[in-house]
Design a binder for this molecule. Structure first.
Ligand SMILES: [Zn+2]
Length: 93
């Protein structure tokens, strides 16, 4: 019997995706100059996630290894670049 179980893919988490979501909340609270409608937040996070290297691990408990490779400051800087880009070309009406 195969030891590979396709349902185990649910066990894998991109920790940097979770970190980007957490830091995005802090970022948008601090920077009221950016629109916080659903489209703008999703666009900003999508652009950021495409620029930040993923960090997959099995448990969500410990972020320390991911933080060693990509610092919070780098994610916050990338969120700012992404938010500036979205502000110039927003998808909202
Ligand atoms: Zn917007």
């Amino acid at each position: 019997m195969s030891k590979i179980n396709l349902y185990d893919i649910d066990m894998l988490r991109n920790i940097n995706e979770i970190r980007v979501w957490e830091l995005a909340q802090i970022f948008f609270q601090k920077h009221s100059e950016y629109c916080t409608c659903r489209e703008c937040i999703l666009d900003t996070v999508a652009i950021t996630l495409n620029r930040i290297r993923p960090h997959y691990q099995i448990s969500e408990d410990d972020y320390s290894e991911a933080k060693n490779k990509v610092a919070d400051e780098e994610i916050l800087e990338t969120l700012k670049l992404a938010a500036d880009k979205v502000k110039k070309h927003p998808h909202h009406l």
